[in-house]
Design a protein around this ligand. Sequence first.
Ligand code: ADP
Ligand code: ADP
Length: 223
Amino acid sequence: DVPIVVTNLSKTYNNGFTAVDGVSFAVQHGQVLGLLGPNGAGKTTTLRMLMGLITPSSGDIRVFGHRITPGAPVLSRLGAFIEGPGLLPHLSGSDNLRLFWQATGRPIEDAHLDEVLAIADLGVAVDRKVRSYSQGMRQRLAIAQAMLGLPDLLVLDEPTNGLDPPQIRTMRDVLIQYARGGRTVVVSSHLLAEVEQTCTHVVVMDRGKVISAGTVADLVSTG
Ligand code: ADP
Ligand code: ADP
């Protein structure tokens, strides 16, 4: 089953504003898809609908063949980083991850903590308190949190926001390594250069609509 199939998806908020307007795209296994567009394009709204956090006004979303509806149990195959990190500064990185995982009620072995920590590249810092972390480390810890259980599909909203170029390169390596196991990653960004460096495929959005979609190579060669 295909990781994501979005068909004719729209969202009009209560104030009458249409943030997403007839969007369709699909994401296949092993792809790192960049959802690219300027601020206000509708990326976050699209990702929130994908995760069942808000209700679409119309359209259809399938994740591994399952129809996504708000309130439905969160698919264990999906991991997400959507808003500012919900990290506890007075705890260590690894304790943050353990506490988060406990809330899922699943056994600790299923978290694959060691593998997640290796991918997130936090090194010895995992045993330090989060309040001593740089912005890049905090961001990687929040993404490690989304990677717990090694979900088949990882959805990340602007994971490089606030990071400097070396931290962005580290993040890129983290995402590429994650997808290498045949897993699928969807990441939003407003920076073309970042999507170019990080993603295999791209969906370009502007003012709620998809204006182009394809491989990153296609995007770059056609300008
Ligand atoms: P829904 O139509 O899904 O019920 P709402 O319109 O009730 O969504 O808004 C959901 C949340 O988003 C609220 O907490 C609201 O404060 C916030 N919000 C409202 N307008 C904006 C906006 N222009 N940009 C970002 N967030 C907003
Ligand atoms: P992006 O992630 O691409 O910056 P968003 O999905 O956050 O785009 O927002 C798209 C548009 O929808 C923006 O103009 C934003 O102000 C508006 N918007 C976002 N959330 C709400 C809301 N809850 N109510 C009304 N408008 C919203």
